[in-house]
Design a protein. Sequence first.
Length: 234
Amino acid sequence: MALDTYRKKRDFSRTPEPSGEPKGGRRRRAAGNSFVVQKHDARRLHYDFRLEMDGALKSWAVTRGPSLVPAEKRLAVHVEDHPLDYGDFEGTIPKGEYGGGTVIVWDRGTWKPVGDAEKGLAKGHLEFELAGEKLAGRWHLIRMARKPRDRRDNWLLIKGDDAHARTTDDPDILEERPESVKTGRQVADVAGEDPGWSSKTGRIVKAKAAEPKTDQLSSSRQIAASCGSKESEL
């Protein structure tokens, strides 16, 4: 099954990520054209680029994030397929779990292949157009020759030279638009929503407040008694 690898890597009793299991005994149709880019602050910050194909999200981890400059080729490591509802996931994956860290929905929209997507994927050159809130126009995913030490297929994510492209003198889209298109939050905002967990250090153990000493308690009681007697005199 397409999602077996995804599920084997995760303990869904601990992580808030969707399992992708069909609900109510019904499966979603394998006919859609959504795409999503999730900013993922894990061991290293990267951007997960996902295209909906065959009822799942084909996924690549783009180490430096997408660039709108056609001359800047970005390494995109092909990873396991993700379930369709993962495209809406934003939150914190507990430390110690696969991909532990904070995730936001950095961009999303629809995509359209140029030519046959299945053949392009198999051949190692997938050309497509994006219509997102931050990314648009023509793009390429090109598979690199696999080296003996490579554990996964490495691809290059490259922006096509069109009206949506930028030059090296233009602002970097990653710096210009760091926020989630779903909630408007940034990674730090999402990481800080659980006061008991930090994406940087893991579980936060709060120190207990020191118990007041006996003489402090006695002094406090005396002050309280004094205040009470004064109030009765008013």
